[in-house]
Design a protein around this ligand. Sequence first.
Ligand code: FES
Ligand code: FES
Length: 233
Amino acid sequence: MQNPQKSEVSPGDTDDGNISEGSNDITRREFLITSSAAVVLTVLPPVAPAQTPVAVESRAQQALTTKVSFKVNGKVHELEVDTRTTLLDALREHLQLTGTKKGCDQGQCGACTVIAGGRRINSCLTLAVMHEGDNITTIEGLGTPDKLHPMQAAFVKCDGYQCGYCTSGQICSAVAMLGEIKAGIPSHATADLNARPRLTPEELRERMSGNICRCGAYSNIAEAITEVAGRNA
Ligand code: FES
Ligand code: FES
């Protein structure tokens, strides 16, 4: 028999867990959910309207591109490039100067060598935007098929290539390297730092060691460079 004094229903509750609201009864759970939602809506800051993916992409694109201007083979070029574009890609993809080759794309082979401000550089290791106002010479700017640069002519004469993939880098490197010797810049192989460097076979090998020839045309390359150096001496 049930004891009427020990009822588990609190005042105001119905015995099925409902809060009595006259004819509009709601459960305790519904009441708690409704009041929690109201608190959250009051406390949270207003949410900014969602941006469309196109707007986000266009803002990102603007942040990533920039203008750069430099002279290549005597002609001024103004480019709008992705800030991450290497000088090599700017030359090949934007200016269609494909004489400069991409070998390793990480500074190991020298196929991408160009001359910037008189210095030979690996164009795969430098960003185009770092060359604002620079004067850049590629293999296309050294000579023409009708009027070859002396180094180009010597490579042809001495058979300084086989497949030719490394050749534009070798020639640009060799031209700038002779300029370094002329300017008295020592190398790791220079024995006497107080004397003017000369193009000995050791100097040549050391100074051209950044230009790899997978075909192994090294002896003919060295012959071509030595011939031009002798002529200039
Ligand atoms: S492509 Fe630049 S060093 Fe190989
Ligand atoms: S000629 Fe082929 S890699 Fe040098």
